[in-house]
Design a protein around this ligand. Structure first.
Ligand code: UTP
Length: 399
């Protein structure tokens, strides 16, 4: 089977000058071939256990206990126990920019970058706490240099640079529909970021976990680059999770409608889990409680809090591998560069949302959607630069 996988590699091996063969061989040797077992395995969606609903700390509960939650969270932040992890290794293909997504300028009358929005949100918390929160930024080999240069150019948006660390996530090969590893050009494999699920193992491999230990960080707040209303190290969320005794927490919003395309926090075989919208039957998606609310109505917004000791415990457990059909530019047998207009193969990704099922429990913490959820996936339409601008303006951000 490994020979089949190496089809395009071996074709090039025969043609390459001696000097370049070793470099290509080294890339082929570095491939984790066990990754491809996922091709024959049932889809992750088909391996789910018994799904039941999960309760949440709802907005009304938070309103009552906010002072208590906030105080507990601020104590933890002031004690240096909370770190933040910005997932910025994605390729942002839907946005259509080849620059890192965080460098996109969404300002109208002056420059306002996505990274800047996030740093401003973080600074609101650190100003209130009177201490800084270490920020670990995950990039990929594709966007690492640009990301670091951008932060330098903007003087880390006023954040102390000792508190900002960059690390690079791992890359994995892509294959065609026959399972053959694709080549980008004569001497390089097609490699792409391995999804956002590898963040913690990449932190361990790149020495970031040593930094976490050295600073005494006990909790990590992981969040996506593209939600410009993202509250980072939110004291109330941190406090509520700590006081709940759970080893993880997830911010959730009420689904806008039963068909909304968001993952939903639930229980799977009694443990916390996230079920994707396409894994839910119509019946499940439309099920309602006696009070009229959707039974599976708490959508996740990629803002999680994890206990570091628990992450270390599960670090060597394998996350499910999602096989994703994509349009993958590659070099064909004749040496021609092909930019397909239709999907032509598979990429392999692990997802941070699958880590929730590895936790003992997860506190669902409900937030007001229009205050905390403005994802930028597209240029226009739903979850876009346009919709985020509207929401930022509504929240008093001048663009
Ligand atoms: P998305 O799933 O929206 O992917 O990522 P994306 O790559 O940014 O965008 P598309 O799908 O190509 O348009 C959700 C979050 O996970 C991060 C992204 O940077 C974003 O913050 N991510 C995604 C990574 O850090 N690494 C990855 O390999 C994939």
């Amino acid at each position: 089977m490994e020979n089949t996988r190496r089809y395009y590699i071996d074709l090039q091996m025969d043609k390459l000058p001696e000097a370049q063969k070793a470099a290509l061989q080294a890339q082929a040797d570095a491939v984790d071939y066990s990754l491809f077992d996922a091709l024959g395995a049932p889809a992750v969606a088909d391996t789910k256990g018994e799904i039941t609903p999960i309760g949440a700390v709802e907005i009304k509960d938070i309103a009552e206990k906010d002072a208590q939650f906030r105080a507990a969270g601020l104590d933890a932040i002031r004690a240096g126990k909370v770190g933040a992890v910005l997932l910025a290794g994605g390729q942002g293909t839907r946005l259509g920019s080849d620059r890192p997504k965080g460098t996109v300028n969404i300002g109208l009358t002056h420059d306002v970058y996505i990274f800047e929005c996030l740093m401003n949100n973080l600074k609101e918390v650190t100003d209130a706490a009177g201490v800084c929160v270490p920020l670990y930024i995950m990039t990929s080999t594709v966007n690492n240099d640009d990301t670091i240069a951008f932060f330098r150019e903007h003087d880390y948006f006023g954040y102390p640079r000792d508190y900002v660390k960059f690390f690079i996530q791992e890359m994995v090969p892509a294959v065609d529909y026959e399972g053959r590893i694709l080549m980008k050009n004569e001497s390089e494999l097609v490699l792409s970021p391995n999804g956002n699920g590898g963040w913690f193992s990449s932190m361990a491999k790149t020495g970031m976990l040593d930094d976490v230990h050295a600073r005494g960080v006990e909790w990590l707040n992981v969040f996506a680059v593209d939600n410009v209303l993202q509250r980072i190290a939110d004291p109330s969320f941190v406090g509520a999770t700590l006081l709940s005794g759970c080893d993880s927490g997830s911010k959730v919003v009420r689904k806008a409608n039963p068909g909304e395309k968001v993952g939903v926090l639930c229980r799977e075989d009694g443990k916390p889990s996230i079920i994707e919208y396409y894994e839910m039957s119509d019946e499940m998606a439309n099920l309602r409680n006696a009070d009229g609310e959707l039974t599976y109505g708490f959508g996740v917004i990629l803002n999680y809090l994890f206990l570091v000791t628990k992450l270390e415990e599960i670090m060597n457990d394998r996350l499910p591998i999602h096989v994703v059909e994509k349009k993958i530019p590659y070099m064909n047998e004749k040496g021609e560069s092909i930019s397909p207009t239709e999907p032509n193969g598979y990429k392999f990704e692990t997802l941070v949302l699958d880590m929730i099922h590895m936790m003992d429990d997860c506190l669902a913490y409900e937030v007001v959607r229009r205050k905390e959820f403005a994802p930028i996936k597209n240029l226009h339409g739903a979850d876009s630069v346009d919709s985020a601008r509207e929401l930022l303006a509504e929240n008093g951000v001048t663009l």
